[in-house]
Design a binder for this molecule. Structure first.
Ligand code: ATP
Ligand code: MG
Length: 258
C-alpha cells in the first residue's frame, strides 16, 4: 500500500511498487510440496545447491525444475560436466517420458555437454582442474549471454572441485562461478555429490542448500529432503519424505520418522 497525498493505492499483492522492487521474486521449483518449505520457491537470480549421496534424486530434482520451466514457457539450459548429455536425456525419458530432445528442437532448452570434445574444455583427464574450472566459468558466461535462459541446471560439479588441492582455491573458484550465474540473471540449481566430502565448500557460497538422503526406517529405505539454508527467506525446519514415481518427484507432507 502506498500513500499519494490522501489517495491510497493498493497494489495487486498489497505491497508497494518500491517494496516489490526490493524483495526477491520467487521462482517455482516445479517439485510439488517443495515451495511450501521455502516460502514460495527459489529467490529469482540466485544459486541453489542440491546435495546428496549417489542415487538420492539430485538429477531428477534439477531436471524437474527445468522441465517445469520449459512447460511454463521459460527458456532453460542444462549443463552436464560429468555425464554425457545423451545419457541424461535417455535416463530422464526412460524414467518419466520427459522428452528433452523435443524441448531442444523447440528451442526452449539448450544443453551444453562439457564432455563434448569439440568444446575442448577437457583436453585430457590430466588437465589442470583450476584451468578447467576457469574455462568452465567462461563457457557458462558465454552460453548464458548467447541463449539467455531463465533457468540453468548444472549437474554434479564435485569431481572437478575435488581435484583442486587448495581449499581456498575451491572456495574462490566456486565464488567466481556462482557470481557469473548471478550476474547472468538466471535462477540456477547445481547438484553436488557427497562422495568426496567437499560439498560444504560449495554450499557456503550458495544462496540456498537442499539436502537429499535415504534413511533406514525399520527395514525400508525412505527418501528424505530438508532445507539447510536459504538466504533471504524463511525455511521449514521439518524433514520430509521424498517420493519418486513415473510422474516425477513430490515432497510429501509426512516426516520419514514416526
Ligand atoms: N519412474 C521412477 N519411479 C521411481 N523411482 C525412479 C523412477 N525413475 C528413477 N527413479 C529412481 O530415482 C533415482 C535416480 O535419482 P537421480 O539419478 O536423480 O540420483 P542422483 O542423486 O543424481 O544420483 P548420482 O549421484 O548417481 O547422479 C534412482 O534411484 C531411481 O531408481
Ligand atoms: Mg545425478
Amino acid at each position: 500500500m502506498i500513500l499519494e497525498g490522501k489517495r491510497v493505492v493498493e497494489t495487486s499483492v498489497g505491497r508497494s511498487p518500491d517494496d516489490m522492487m526490493k524483495v526477491f521474486s520467487r521462482v517455482k521449483s516445479g517439485v510439488p510440496g517443495f515451495d511450501d518449505l521455502v516460502s514460495g520457491g527459489f529467490n529469482e537470480g540466485t544459486v541453489n545447491t542440491v546435495t546428496g549421496g549417489s542415487g538420492t534424486g539430485k538429477t531428477v530434482f534439477a531436471t524437474q525444475f527445468i522441465y517445469y520451466g520449459v512447460q511454463n514457457g521459460e527458456k532453460c539450459m542444462i549443463i552436464t560436466p560429468s555425464e554425457s548429455s545423451e545419457s541424461l536425456k535417455r535416463e530422464i525419458y526412460s524414467s518419466f517420458r520427459w522428452d528433452l530432445w523435443k524441448m531442444e528442437d523447440q528451442n526452449m532448452l539448450s544443453v551444453v555437454d562439457v564432455t563434448d570434445p569439440t568444446l575442448r574444455l577437457q583436453k585430457s583427464i590430466d588437465v589442470d582442474p583450476v584451468e578447467f574450472l576457469m574455462n568452465f566459468r567462461k563457457l557458462v558466461e558465454r552460453k548464458i549471454k548467447e541463449e539467455k535462459p531463465k533457468r540453468v541446471f548444472i549437474d554434479d560439479l564435485m569431481a572437478f572441485f575435488t581435484a583442486v588441492e587448495s581449499p581456498f582455491k575451491v572456495r574462490s573458484l566456486a565464488d567466481d562461478l556462482f557470481g557469473t550465474l548471478r550476474a547472468g540473471g538466471v535462477t540456477s540449481v547445481i547438484t553436488i555429490g557427497t562422495a568426496f566430502g567437499m560439498n560444504q565448500m560449495l554450499e557456503y557460497g550458495a544462496d540456498s542448500c537442499t539436502i537429499l538422503k535415504r534413511e533406514l526406517i525399520g527395514n525400508t529405505l525412505v527418501r528424505s529432503i530438508h532445507i539447510m539454508k536459504m538466504r533471504g527467506s524463511k525455511i521449514s525446519n521439518s524433514i520430509r519424505v521424498l517420493d519418486i514415481s513415473d510422474d516425477g518427484m513430490v515432497v510429501s507432507a509426512l516426516s520419514p520418522y514416526p
